[in-house]
Design a protein around this ligand. Sequence first.
Ligand SMILES: [Zn+2]
Length: 282
Amino acid sequence: MKVKVIPVLEDNYMYLVIEEHTREAVAVDVAVPKRLLEIVGREGVSLTTVLTTHHHWDHARGNAELARLRPGLAVLGADERICALTRRLVHGEELQFGAIHVRCLLTPGHTSGHMSYFLWEEDCPDPPAVFSGDALSVGGCGLRLESTAQQMYQSLVETLGTLPPETKVFCGHEHTLGNLEFAQKVEPGNDHVRAKLSWAKKRDEDDMPTVPSTLGEELLYNPFLRVAEEPVCKFTGKAAPAEVLEALCRERASFERAAEPLQPQARALLALQWGLSTPQQK
Ligand SMILES: [Zn+2]
């Protein structure tokens, strides 16, 4: 199984999973169909299926156009709000593409119909992979928008957190730096957070993705998977895991607002400078 990591839009990831014997391909979260089809063409594979993690536009906006360009394409997901959906999946359902098996894991929290996809290959020493969308990110998770803290706890800790530790985590966004800065605020004494943060800064400078991580790594530094750990409980002042998680989500949301309001302005300024400087260069 080969996974192509395709950065799209501002900080999203779209993925193409290739079954190397049959050359069948499955796409995850198609936001930019033309970009995907370029890679499908270059790899010489046959795209049969789209797996969508959730209905948000930056994960599903390309489904309709892709389905129009590729008649017969299966567009799968767990939420009826996903555009161009051809079949609704249920929790625990298994799919197969050649030697690749997919287990569909309902992981509500960010949205109520969020599905994560756990993939493994028969007779293959490669580790399995999970496509976790906005349910689990490197060092964090998506905002809790549509589910209770208890449901989100089950998704993160019980459903995703119990996958094999060697599982590669391919998430929906490059939010690693902000996530780990927050993780450091939660657990300033955690060496795994510090080490991963300095690695992520280097990746950022080199403009390289931080996906995939592994679930085993996430368990060491991701506070949202560590709600039973003493320093995380202490940070939130709570003890019950779902309450710890709820408090963490609240803190993370305000941390985001405090840390990142300057970015859009900075980008606008940069765009303006480009616009102004171009005529002078001619
Ligand atoms: Zn989303």
